[in-house]
Design a protein around this ligand. Structure first.
Ligand code: ADP
Ligand code: MG
Length: 167
């Protein structure tokens, strides 16, 4: 994983943007682990990118970095997978199969935000208008045989209330 650009601030208070090149699957998992230090407790993370871009791989890296050893299933069919980390819950959503954003309201997920340690949402655009404002966003795209990751996060919030030391 190499940092190719750190292009400074986006909108004031909205955090900084980073771009990483991820040459292989292991690098995507490493990026997920690296994200842990940048996210505040209770964060909602949006994961953008086409099918096969590496969104679920990134969440697996996050889970491994948080000590989760069980197998990590993609929530493509279940919409939501819940992972008990022992010191908090990680909710992993994939809204690809949602045909109407209003379906989100029937999942009962609004009760999860803030309660969980982290909520990762693939295909958030399919839930437009029915999801909270994200604390961080990732855009993944195919780049040669690897992937390009763009990240928008306000890492100062992670310093004030870190995800990893939640307990
Ligand atoms: P998504 O959830 O975005 O649909 P997945 O995480 O399921 O994508 O990954 C799809 C495929 O991409 C998997 O076969 C995975 O091994 C591969 N992959 C993930 N990251 C990379 C990478 N940096 N370079 C090459 N292949 C990758
Ligand atoms: Mg996926």
């Amino acid at each position: 994983m190499s940092e190719v650009d750190e292009s400074g601030q986006s909108a004031a208070g909205q955090g900084d943007r980073r771009v990483w090149f991820l040459p292989d699957e292991a690098a995507t998992e490493a990026a997920g682990r690296a994200l842990i230090a940048l996210l505040p407790r209770g964060a909602v993370l949006f994961l953008h990118g086409d099918l096969g871009a590496g969104k679920t791989t990134l969440v697996r890296g996050l889970l491994r970095g948080l000590g989760y050893a069980d197998s990590v299933k993609s929530p493509t069919y279940t919409i939501i997978e819940t992972h008990d980390l022992g010191f908090g819950m990680l909710y992993h959503l994939d809204l690809y199969r949602i045909s109407d954003p209003a379906e989100i309201d029937f999942l009962g997920i609004e009760e999860l935000y803030g309660e969980g340690l982290l909520t990762c949402i693939e295909w958030p655009q399919r839930g437009a208008g029915h999801l909270p404002v994200p604390d961080a966003e990732v855009w993944l795209s195919v780049d040669g045989t690897g992937r390009r990751l763009e990240l928008k996060v306000d890492a100062r919030r992670a310093l004030a209330d870190p995800l990893r030391n939640a307990g």
